[in-house]
Structure formats: C-alpha cells, structure tokens
Design a protein around this ligand. Structure first.
Ligand SMILES: Nc1ncnc2c1ncn2[C@@H]1O[C@H](COP(=O)(O)OP(=O)(O)OP(=O)(O)O)[C@@H](O)[C@H]1O
Ligand SMILES: [Mg+2]
Length: 510
C-alpha cells in the first residue's frame, strides 16, 4: 500500500501572551499509530488543530507527501483526508438525528441542479456499510444519537471520519471518558484502521500504559516544542516517557500520607435518587478520612455524588452531617451545609468557561472575599495566584478566560475552585480525568491537605490504582448499590474489580 506522509515544518502559533507552538517539526505516515504525549498545556491539541485546519493563523508549512498544503479551514483538511475527533464528542454530533444521518453528515448527496437530495434507504445502507467495515455491531443506524453512550458516539464520529476520504485520523484523548472494555473496543477499531484501511492514527492520551499498548512510536511535546520521537519497544517504560514529558525525574509511586483520623461526622443511610441509579447507598466517614467510591463506568458513582450535592432529587434515605439531618434539594443547599462537589463533566458543570481564571477560582467561596457585599478583588486575586501556583495551572495570567486554557488546565481550575471553599465534606468525581501524571500528584497533595485540616473526602474514580494510592477505605458500587466496603491497606485492584463487576461471593485471594 502506498505510504503518504504528513509533515509540519517550523510550525508556530502565538496566542495573546502564549507561544503555544514554536517551530514544530512533526512527521507521521499512513499505516502507523503514533502517540502524542506531553503535560497539560504542552501544545498537543493546538498542533492537532493546525493539521485539522482549525488553527488557520499558523506560521510555517504543512506538507502532504512533500508538497506544501494550506490548511486554513476545516474543510481544506478534510478534503486532503485529515480527520479529527475532538474530545468533546457531543459538540460534533447532532443529537436529534439518527446514527445514519450523523455518519453521512459530511456527504450530503447533491442532485444535478446542486440541490441536496436525501435518499434515506441509501443513506442508511451506506452508514451500515461503514459501521460494518469497522465491525461495530452494537449500534443501530436508525437510533437517535442522543440515545447513545459516550463510547458509541465516539464510534459514530470515527465512522463519519472514515466514511469520507481519510488518510489520517486524529484522536484527541479518546479514552478519557471510556471504561476499560470500551477502550479495548476502540483499540480494536484503531488497529483495524491501521492494518486494513492503511490509515495513520495520531493518538493523544494521558494514560501512558495505553500508549505502550497500542502505539509504534511516541512523540513528546513540552512547552510548545517537540522534545523527540522514540520507538515503543518491549523495554519502553512509562517512567521514561513521563520523565521525557516533564523534563525531570519522576517517582511514579505516590507516597501515601497517614492522616490522623478524628470522630465519625458524616453518614449516609440508604440513600436513593440519582434518577433511579442510586438504590440504598450507605457510607460513613471520619474527620480526616479519604474514602473511595469504586465501580465501573455506569455503576452510579456520579449519580451518587450528585445526589449528595443536590444535583439529583433524593428519593429516600438520610444524609447526616455533624449529627444533623440535612435537607438538600439544590446545590446551593449543599454549599450552605458545607458540602463541595468537583463534578465529572467539567465544561458543562465545573467551570465558567467565559469567565477568567481568578473569578473561577473564587466562585465557590465568594463570601470569604466580600467586604460589605463588595468582592475584594485583591483578595480574590491573591487566592487565584495561590492555586495557580499550587496546581501548576498553565496560563499567561489570572485574567485569562478559562475557555482558552488547555483541557487539563481547565480541570485543574475546576478542582482549585473548591479547594478555596471552607467545606466539611469534599466530593471529587474523577478529578484526574485528562490531567497529566505530574499534575495528578499535585491534586493528590492538595487532597491530603484537605484531609489533614480535619475534613472528609469522597473520591469517586474508575482508576483503581488511584483509589489504592490515596484512600483509607473503598466502597465498591455496582448497579446503584454498594457491593463491598474494603480497607485500602488490605485490598487489591483484583479485589475491587471482583466486586465492581457485581461479585456477590466473598473474594478469594489468588
Ligand atoms: N484559543 C486560545 N487562546 C489562548 N491561548 C490558547 C488557546 N488555545 C490554546 N491556548 C494555550 O496554548 C497552550 C497549549 O494548549 P493545548 O490545548 O494545545 O495543550 P494540550 O497539550 O492539548 O494540553 P492538555 O493535555 O491539557 O489537553 C496552553 O497554554 C493554552 O492555554
Ligand atoms: Mg488537549
């Protein structure tokens, strides 16, 4: 099969106050799976947007098979066979249309007079063919996209990309919202694209083990520059990739800190809610304790967190804080009772993207910064500077709009916002999604600080290794219920997994 190469030469991009890319030379060919790695804000998405025609102001050159091409709008890139699936898959789909219509969206058929004609049966047939080519069996072409899971929506976008002319497919953090089984299915498709369709896939992920698993080569970016490209071999370790990314030595095992536990102060009894997805959950917590909520995607963890926070209607059970039974109907009730939530879907719920960094970092605790109902700007700015520093938020200034920050840095703002608030119970729902491995440790450190100050932390995550490194106890959820309560020091990823898939028998250590 013919090889096509795609290459950037001295590509640079400057945003106000930020040199996002400096003289980037990057090269990729069809028929390979290439990883692009780098810390939050390194420039990965910016570079990929150049290739996708979504950053028209780039300087330098892009070459396809040695010839300069102009990628000044997305349709130019598509015509040349460069397709991208952004992380926020929802924005690229039309929820009220069917799978077939979404797959064929790029390719509305025109009649001889240049008017669009829609041949429904042909459209469905072609959409089915593309899904079939990818061996995707669990998606019906007639289903409305709004009824699909996130993973399925991603498959629809991939199908759409390869239905059109496609030599290169860019996947920007596709696995961040996926469960392990969904990731396995995605990797099957990615391998198929390489082997059968001779497509060059560029794959971005902060999960380094995935890169070792699926890529031939990885390219590392740091501060808008390419650090280098290396082969993935049997000897490649995640430690060496991370150290190349961060430009410093890195200890993967996060040291667990012992926090002295105080009295029992928070209890949830038989909680029901979460739109039917939480069915009788009971937990208890001591001051200074970090408890984990484990479970697969869809187990009800987020619904549980949001029900505690008043984001879903509580239909049964009790929430007791400091001996008082709480009535939480809305998030503001929760905040008044000193309960904080860092939600999973940061762009929708966690940050105000059209406000600046400083405002966002104070938004949850404005009361603290007010003098006679005026917000004291000096105080909010000092608070913002503190968390920008502690979380390593990469931004040219605290006045930057949050929507201009990289994905991972937006997530850090969503976390930092609540760190400033004076609460008793802090709920974190997948706080490290899309956050680089270095920044993850900064977040862990701040969570320890919260616990050390005598508060309680609820930490929901599908990453069992994270739960094992920072919690004291773990509750495992399955189908809206708690299957097991485990002491972190005495458990293992295997045991958590056993209960996560609904195991009702006692776990037997291998
Ligand atoms: N539209 C924009 N306006 C201003 N600055 C921007 C804009 N887009 C990106 N940046 C800045 O460019 C830099 C690179 O961002 P980019 O999104 O490429 O990072 P990334 O490597 O994809 O990070 P992440 O892993 O967090 O997604 C960041 O400092 C970001 O704040
Ligand atoms: Mg990015």
């Amino acid at each position: 099969m013919d090889q096509i190469t795609l290459e950037t030469r001295k590509v640079s991009i400057e945003f106000p106050g930020v040199k996002a890319l400096s003289d980037v030379d990057f090269q990729v060919s069809t028929g390979e799976i290439r990883a692009l790695v780098g810390a939050n804000g390194a420039g990965k998405s910016t570079l990929m947007k150049v290739l996708a025609g979504a950053n028209p102001s780039y300087q330098g050159e892009v070459l396809l098979n040695g010839e300069v091409v102009e990628l000044r709008d997305p349709s130019a890139a598509k015509k040349l066979g460069i397709q991208i699936v952004y992380q926020e898959v929802d924005t690229a789909l039309i929820p009220t249309l069917s799978v077939a219509e979404n797959v064929m969206l790029n390719d509305t058929v025109m009649n001889t007079r240049g008017r669009p004609v829609i041949n429904w049966s042909k459209m469905r047939q072609e959409a089915r063919e593309v899904l079939g080519r990818l061996n995707i069996k669990n998606i019906n072409a007639r289903t409305l996209v709004q009824d699909l899971s996130l993973a399925q929506k991603q498959m629809v976008l991939i199908a759409r990309a390869i239905q059109s002319q496609c030599s290169f497919l860019i996947l920007d953090e596709p696995t961040a919202p996926l469960s392990d089984t969904e990731t396995v299915e995605l990797f099957r498709i990615v391998r198929h694209l390489r082997d059968t369709e001779n497509i060059g896939v560029i794959f971005i992920s902060h999960r380094i083990h995935e890169i070792i698993q699926i890529c031939h080569q990885y390219t590392v970016m740091r501060n808008g520059e390419i650090v280098g490209t290396r082969d993935v071999t049997a000897e490649t370790t995640s430690k060496e990739i991370v150290e190349m990314m961060l430009g410093r030595t890195f200890e993967e095992n996060f040291p667990k800190e012992q926090v002295k536990l105080g009295e029992e102060f928070f209890e949830v009894k038989d909680l029901a809610g979460g739109d039917g997805k939480v069915n009788g959950v009971s937990i208890h917590m001591k001051r200074g304790e970090i408890i984990g909520i484990a479970g697969l995607v869809g187990a009800g963890k987020s619904e549980f967190c949001k029900t505690l926070f008043g984001g879903y209607k509580q239909t049964g059970g009790e929430i007791i804080l400091n001996g008082k039974r709480l009535k939480i109907k809305t998030p503001s009730d929760a905040v008044r009772e000193r309960i904080a939530l860092v939600p999973e879907e940061r762009r929708k719920e966690g940050v105000l993207v059209n406000e600046d960094v400083s405002f966002n970092l104070s938004a949850a605790s404005l009361g603290k910064f007010c003098v006679a109902s005026f917000v004291n700007k000096a105080k909010t700015d000092a608070n913002a500077r503190k968390y920008v520093e502690q979380l390593g938020i990469k931004t040219p200034s605290i006045r930057q709009w949050v929507r201009n920050l990289s994905g991972g840095n937006q997530q850090k703002v969503a976390v930092g916002k609540w760190l400033a608030a004076d609460c008793d119970v802090y709920i974190f729902d997948e706080p490290t999604k899309g956050v680089d491995v270095g920044a993850k440790q900064d977040i862990f450190r701040l969570i320890y600080d919260i616990a050390k100050a005598g508060n309680g932390v609820i930490y929901a995550s599908c990453e069992n290794s994270e739960l094992l490194s920072i919690t004291d106890r773990v509750y495992v959820m399955y189908d809206g219920r708690i299957m097991a309560e485990l002491v972190t020091a005495d458990t293992s990823e295997d045991e958590i997994m056993h209960y996560s898939v609904g195991g009702t028998t006692a776990y037997v250590k291998a």
